[in-house]
Design a protein around this ligand. Structure first.
Ligand code: NAD
Length: 290
């Protein structure tokens, strides 16, 4: 396929590289100077998008996605797929999709889970919103860049799935960290705590696969001084998107709200910026009473 790839950052560069390795004809553009093996550099977003069968965007936020969409939608071929893999708010995903459809394009919102490691290894999970026709056209690309894709319904539903998933992740990480801090105070060994909870009803991905306590459970950012992994700043971004969506749709998400405030304080007022989101554990240790 002829692919235009816009946004060659931490995630986009390895994703574009994997498409090129799979012998797709990939032209890439980033506002920073980035070179990716096998990807032909373009001089602008419009140049990367013109003539492509599929244009993939992997950008920091919804505002930037809107600006880039305005540059590429008018030059894209009718019937081409506009595949946005960034994490953005549901409203932006739906309005970009409407603009694309009006121009005769097939839009998909397909945010990912799996992080930088998954992008490099080609093992991402894609949560996809859009028409069945668009989903089927992009399926071979999901299979190259990832190991699983779920078609979640019409435009915006991929973003909806992503922010609901990450709201659960933020809440369970906080719960796991505060439980470890409480266990410490109660004199419970961390290894015993892990062995019990990871095989009991308190288990979750945060405990079992990404344990925030160093030296316990499988290797995780806690074993690497809390270098991200998944940065607390990105968790805060996703939690804010969940709360924006909750407010717009009148959903009651008290734990999501509390998790957003805790990560806000951690990132903006404490020492959480640039640290992994599991560094909530040393935060609770420091702030323990007495
Ligand atoms: P990044 O900041 O490394 O990459 C974004 C790239 O977009 C940068 O290279 C930047 O120069 C480029 N860019 C910005 N504005 C542009 C413009 N107008 N035109 C062209 N290029 C432009 O971010 P990332 O970590 O690659 O994340 C990308 C998206 O994926 C975000 O929405 C993020 O929330 C989501 N995401 C990231 C992770 C992760 O672990 N990093 C995991 C899942 C989802």
């Amino acid at each position: 396929m002829k692919i235009g790839f816009i946004g060659l950052g931490n995630m986009g560069a390895p994703m574009a590289g994997n498409l090129a390795k799979a012998r797709h004809d990939v032209t890439g553009y980033d506002m920073a100077t980035v070179t990716v093996d096998g990807v032909t550099p373009a001089r602008s977003a419009a140049d990367a998008a013109r003539d492509a069968d599929v244009v993939i965007t992997m950008l920091p936020n919804g505002q930037i996605l809107h600006a880039v969409a305005a540059q590429i939608i008018p030059v894209m071929r009718k019937g081409a797929v506009l595949l946005d893999c960034s994490t953005v708010d549901v409203d932006t995903a739906r309005s970009v999709a409407q603009e694309a459809e009006a121009a005769g394009l097939l839009p998909l919102d397909a945010p990912v889970s799996g992080g930088i490691g998954g992008a490099a290894a080609g093992t991402l999970t894609f949560m996809v919103g859009g028409s069945d026709e668009a989903y089927q056209s992009a399926l071979p690309l999901f299979e190259t860049m990832g190991q699983k894709s779920v078609h979640c319904g019409p435009s915006g539903n991929g973003q909806a799935a992503k922010i609901c998933n990450n709201m659960i992740l933020g809440v369970t990480m906080i719960a796991t960290c505060e439980a470890f801090a409480l266990a410490d105070k109660l004199g419970l060994d961390r290894k015993a705590m892990f062995d019990v909870v990871s095989t009991s009803s308190g288990s979750s991905w945060s405990m079992n696969a990404y344990c925030p306590a160093p030296g316990v459970g499988p290797k995780s950012p806690a074993d690497n001084g809390y270098t991200p992994g998944f940065a607390a700043d990105l968790m805060l971004k996703d939690l804010r998107l969940s709360q924006q969506a909750a407010e717009a749709s009148d959903a009651d998400t008290p734990l999501g709200q509390q998790a957003t405030e805790l990560y806000r304080r951690f990132v903006e007022d404490e020492d959480g910026a640039g640290r992994d989101f599991s560094a909530m554990l040393p935060r609770f240790e420091k702030r323990g009473r007495g």
